[in-house]
Design a protein around this ligand. Structure first.
Ligand SMILES: C[S@@+](CC[C@H](N)C(=O)[O-])C[C@H]1O[C@@H](n2cnc3c(N)ncnc32)[C@H](O)[C@@H]1O
Length: 358
């Protein structure tokens, strides 16, 4: 990137240096690039013409510009810090409202014990591999084995995964076309990606719900399968307005941005509109109580024969506890860094009749 040369202004510049005139950034013209809900990113202007187009003020005005940016940055930082501080208290208050005092006190107590005593109460530490094997469900390390463990015949699984190879190439091309907003690591991993496509092709769901969109890798894969099915609708939920860039728009997609101050209440309300769910995929907030809350909201809405799945089940014990309480034996996919869990509900899928599991 070509940087602007230091300003030379025969007018008042040498006589009226500003407080920040020594700063190297002060010699550049800056422009905003991306804005997130909490900050604006700035970048030095890449060319003189852009600078001239933006403003016809003499070069020394850039100093004013830098001053404006630095005060904008510090106010953003301050409001972010305030948001985080307010966020922590309001999060605990929210949890108490939705999960009750008992579970919150128990989670917070367990968390504090873990950090002060260094040992912790096992229930609130992330699960170990042993916990997954003890849960009784089969473990897999490939998409094919995981889908077979969920009960689909090997030949059908092979067919959809063969199809997936072509789809994954399209996704690579889509990535090259757009500027990503979230780190790549936010997206579902390689085997889980294949599972999401394969699962939607095998199940042919009418209604899919996912929580946590980020750039939209999981949404893109689900929609690619629904599009090929020629039916079905994906309802995605996130708390950030920046979510879903990979997809943009799709006729079978409804992306809803939840109220970030009250995501639980907002999700519970939205789910009433969605109706019966054939396939659920959690990939939003991976803390114990938020995971448990989402699971318990979605579970009664699942249709017979549907699939209830969650990414990042290694982040908390919520999925293991939830399945154990309901006598379910989930299947697990050990991807490169994360673990995905899923339960296939018994019964033939009967969406028209809207048979709920209850
Ligand atoms: C791991 S990323 C999702 C990745 C996405 N599934 C993919 O494959 O690309 C997590 C997302 O969850 C969103 N999120 C965090 N808390 C949430 C909540 N309570 N409800 C809905 N979305 C939430 C974040 O804004 C973020 O976009």
């Amino acid at each position: 990137m070509r940087q602007q040369s230091p300003p030379v202004c025969a007018g008042f510049w040498p006589r009226r240096p500003t407080r920040i005139s020594w700063h190297p950034y002060a010699a550049m013209c800056w422009r905003p690039t991306a804005s997130t809900p909490i900050s604006t990113h700035w970048q030095p202007c890449s060319g003189r013409s852009a600078h001239r187009n933006r403003t016809s003020i003499p070069c020394c005005a850039r100093h004013v510009q830098w001053e404006a940016i630095s005060s904008d940055m510090s106010s953003q930082k301050q409001s972010h810090n305030e948001e985080v501080a307010v966020g922590r208290t309001s999060t605990v208050r929210r949890w108490v409202r939705h999960s009750g005092v008992g579970p919150v006190a128990s989670v917070v107590g367990g968390y504090l014990a873990m950090h002060t005593l260094g040992t912790g109460i096992r229930r609130y530490t992330p699960p170990t591999v042993m916990d997954f094997t003890r849960s009784g469900g089969a473990l897999a390390t490939s998409a094919a084995a995981f889908l077979e463990n969920l009960g689909w015949p090997a030949a059908e699984v092979e067919e959809v995964l063969h199809e997936y190879r072509e789809v994954s190439e399209l996704l690579v091309r889509r990535y090259a076309e757009i500027e990503l907003f979230y780190p790549r690591t936010h997206g579902v991993e390689a085997e889980t990606s294949a599972v999401l496509y394969g699962l939607n092709r095998l199940l042919k769901p009418q209604s899919v719900v996912e929580t946590g969109v980020a750039d939209g890798r999981s949404s893109w894969l689900i929609l690619a399968a629904l599009e090929r099915n020629g039916q079905g609708r994906l309802h995605s939920f996130d708390i950030n307005r920046t979510a879903g860039r990979l997809v943009g728009q799709h006729p079978q997609w409804r992306l809803e941005i939840l109220d970030r101050k009250e995501p639980e209440a907002s999700l519970a309300h939205a789910l009433q509109r969605v109706g019966p769910i054939d396939l659920f995929f959690h990939d939003s907030d991976h803390l114990y109580l938020p995971q448990l809350f989402e699971y318990s909201q979605v579970w009664p809405r699942m249709t017979e024969g549907g699939v209830f799945a969650s990414d990042d089940v290694n982040c908390s014990r919520a999925f293991l506890d939830f399945c154990q309480e309901r006598g379910q034996r989930p299947r697990f996919l050990f991807d490169s860094r994360k673990i995905t869990g899923a339960v296939r509900l018994p019964g033939a899928r009967s969406v028209q009749q809207g048979q709920l599991v209850g």
